[in-house]
Structures are given as structure tokens and as C-alpha cells.
Design a protein. Structure first.
Length: 150
């Protein structure tokens, strides 16, 4: 275990703090978004187009930030689970120790930099990989046909 008990405890405190502030933020943003949707839907009263535009902008913005706050909240939750399970500080992909400096900057990191990068690249390439597999299968089938014919 690369992390000392103290480091883990400090991370846990940061994560718990982050979690409660994020939960509040998500709740507030969800409320804002709901109110703003309601206001837009019920706006039969004559609003100036400028006011309408700013309403739409604020609504989009609220939804957008809510998504990323929720994403972060999930990461924080996962890191807290890993502390409970005593696997915090190790990469969930390669099981290697995550750089303690990385954990200090990003206490909710559950992957080492290398695996994180691979995953980000992997996500972007997934549909291409599927196409390649299909092409390979077709090629094998064609070769098989040739052999059968010869
Ligand atoms: Zn890793």
C-alpha cells in the first residue's frame, strides 16, 4: 500500500466534504433547472425576447453543470467506497499504486494516469475497433472459401 494511513484519512475527509458540497450543488441545480423549465413552459405572459434568451441560456447552463457535478459526485462516491474496501490508492485497472501527488490533487481518482489516458482514448476508438473486427471476420471467411474451392 503506497498510501499511509494519514494520507488515506486526509483523502477521506476531503472526499466527504466534497461529497456533501456536491450533493447540495446538484440538489440546488436540479431545483433551478426545474424552476427554469417551469418558467419557460408557463411563460404565456409577454416577455421580451432578450429575457427569453437569457432564460434559455440559464436553463442550458444549469443542466450542463448539473451533469458534470453528478459525474464528479459519482467519482467521489466510488473513491469513498474504495477507502472502505481498502483498495483506495491503487489503480482499479492495473492494480498499481496511483501516484500520491495525483491523489492529493484529485482525491477521487481511481485510475493511474496511464490507465486514465488509455480509457479516454479507448472510449473514443471503440466504434472503430468494432469495424475492424467485422472486417477481419469477413477476410477470414473469404480465405476459407478460397481454400475450399482450391
Ligand atoms: Zn493503472
Amino acid at each position: 500500500m503506497a498510501l499511509s494511513k494519514e494520507q488515506q484519512e486526509r483523502s477521506r475527509e476531503i472526499l466527504l466534504e466534497k461529497r456533501s458540497s456536491l450533493a447540495k450543488q446538484v440538489e440546488r441545480l436540479a431545483k433551478d433547472a426545474a424552476e427554469s423549465t417551469e418558467a419557460t413552459e408557463n411563460s404565456k405572459s409577454p416577455l421580451s425576447s432578450a429575457e427569453n434568451a437569457s432564460d434559455t441560456y440559464e436553463q442550458d447552463f444549469a443542466f450542463m453543470s448539473m451533469e458534470s457535478e453528478e459525474d464528479l459526485l459519482r467519482k467521489v462516491d466510488r473513491a469513498l467506497t474504495r477507502i472502505r474496501e481498502n483498495t483506495y490508492g491503487t489503480c482499479e485497472e492495473c492494480q498499481q499504486a496511483i501516484n500520491p501527488e495525483r491523489l492529493e490533487a484529485l482525491p477521487w481518482a481511481t485510475m493511474c494516469v496511464k490507465c486514465q489516458e488509455l480509457e479516454e482514448r479507448g472510449l473514443r476508438r471503440r466504434s472503430d475497433d468494432l469495424e475492424f473486427e467485422m472486417e477481419d471476420d469477413n477476410e477470414e471467411a473469404l480465405i476459407g472459401d478460397d481454400k475450399d474451392r482450391a
